[in-house]
Design a protein around this ligand. Sequence first.
Ligand code: FAD
Length: 376
Amino acid sequence: MSKFDYLIVGAGLYGATFAHLAYKQGKKCLVIDRRSHLGGNIYCESIEGINVHKYGAHIFHTSNKQVWNFVNSIVEFNRYTNSPVANYQGKLYNLPFSMNTFYQVWGVTTPAAAIAKLEEQKAEAVAKMKADGATEPRNLEEQAQLLIGKDIYEILIKGYTEKQWGRKCTELPAFIIKRLPVRLIFDNNYFNDKYQGIPVGGYNKLIDGLLEGVETKVGVDFFDNRDYWESIADKILFTGKIDEFYDYKFGMLEYRTVSFKQEIHDCPNYQGNAVVNYTEREVPYTRVIEHKHFEMFGTAVNECPITVISKEYSTEWEPGMESYYPVNDERNNALAEQYRTLAIQEKNVIFGGRLAEYRYYDMHIIIEKLLTNRFE
Ligand code: FAD
């Protein structure tokens, strides 16, 4: 007789939510993780009372009321609203592109004036392309200028995108940018979703709440003793890398990654906002995250005398590095499909989450999937 109904490999949001739902149905679960902590990529390290998002800034947002009610039943969420600011050559611009941005770039004060300016700039981009004999945008630069015009492209898109991809926009394919949403209102809320926020007390509270009553072990790698782990449970939920599960038999899936340089500053407020994008090519990092602003508002900011920031650098991924974003090119998509074909044949193993499915998922999608799907 197996000791557990489920062995859950990976204590990230997928594993923890699955464990929570299974436990509520009376299933006996063991969650293991190779890292030294629970939470996967949403784990926060506490530095002098500031929750530092160790694996990149995470903002929960959703329009699904069931998902929102579910996470709030585990831990209350605060009223954080993501309103990033862009710094270009020392001047600040609001994101996403809104009336505030158009005012900052062109000095226009009404939606009609903003539309006129946008149309004028788009027409210039079309004329330039035609003069070069092109009928379709031939690269990302042309595509972006057709969608938003030259000025905003130069200030807010060009340098940032080149840093992200490590290549010039003229060398990047046009399809990377399909649309660039434009808002003709003075609204800096980055997301269009109905609900957003950060768990009060940080993401570890969400994970701890999900895993309440569930047995967990950290610092334990499934592959170090695979036979043993496979023998102790009727079923396995695997949230690690699908290619690793199959010993890379078809080849290794690739990722894009980001590296973080963390700094502690002896001041209560470093940049006045959680997220500042650096959009010029010459600044080597893409964003600076000031973690306290996710959870401290108003006078609470100054009551905490220090602050922690993370500078984000786009980095070429190599095996062994943190695997953040799947690369959805032809090679990797085909490879992932080969592994998925094997995965669906498994009788006792369920594959779930961003690494096992080789798909980028926002947090709310993970919760939505688990609340909707039934696993036996
Ligand atoms: P993970 O969190 O990666 O968990 C998988 C776990 O499995 C890991 O802890 C790993 O150590 C463990 N594991 C793997 N292999 C083994 C093994 N062999 N043995 C034991 N354990 C193993 N989403 C949003 O909604 N909003 C955001 O703002 C946002 N920002 C993001 C920023 C970045 C930089 C990234 C990369 C993602 C962001 N996301 C965001 C997405 C979010 O991180 C994911 O939705 C979520 O973390 C996925 O959870 P998961 O459980 O699938 O994966």
